[in-house]
Design a binder for this molecule. Sequence first.
Ligand SMILES: [Zn+2]
Ligand SMILES: [Zn+2]
Ligand SMILES: [Zn+2]
Length: 163
Amino acid sequence: MQATCSHLDQISPDRPVPQDVCPTCVAIGSSWVHLRQCLTCGATNCCDSSPNRHATKHFQESRHPIMQTLEEGEDWAWCFVERLTMEPQDGTFQVVDPFFEAGLWYARQAIDDGGSVPFPAGAATGDGFPLALWESTYRGRHRAGTLDPDQVAELEALPGWTW
Ligand SMILES: [Zn+2]
Ligand SMILES: [Zn+2]
Ligand SMILES: [Zn+2]
């Protein structure tokens, strides 16, 4: 897991403001579901749930690597090349790791409920989250030296956590 994508230098700070339509769809009389903006050239295009998938086509034609959602209340971005979901953070983008975040939440719950780390082999939550697998995944990354420093800090903040 990497802390961010290697294409952030292709984000242009002075790209045009996004549009509230997919202009390519408008031009062909089609419609779209969600809108995305290319963070390199600023083009507004439609998402992969839309019939024409213009954001993906824009990437294939231009090789502009990163798009960001234009949906209200969302701010995630996606690197087409590395297939990474990112969130804006401190003026840049950080890779999102939903498995880590979910496991952290479940681990806190389990510890609150009287459990302790390390979780027993095969441990899972009542609703099926694989706690033991989660723990071994991030311990493995720590051993390999590839664990994100923020994730190290969050794990070390769990009561009773030791490496
Ligand atoms: Zn990338
Ligand atoms: Zn479109
Ligand atoms: Zn572009």
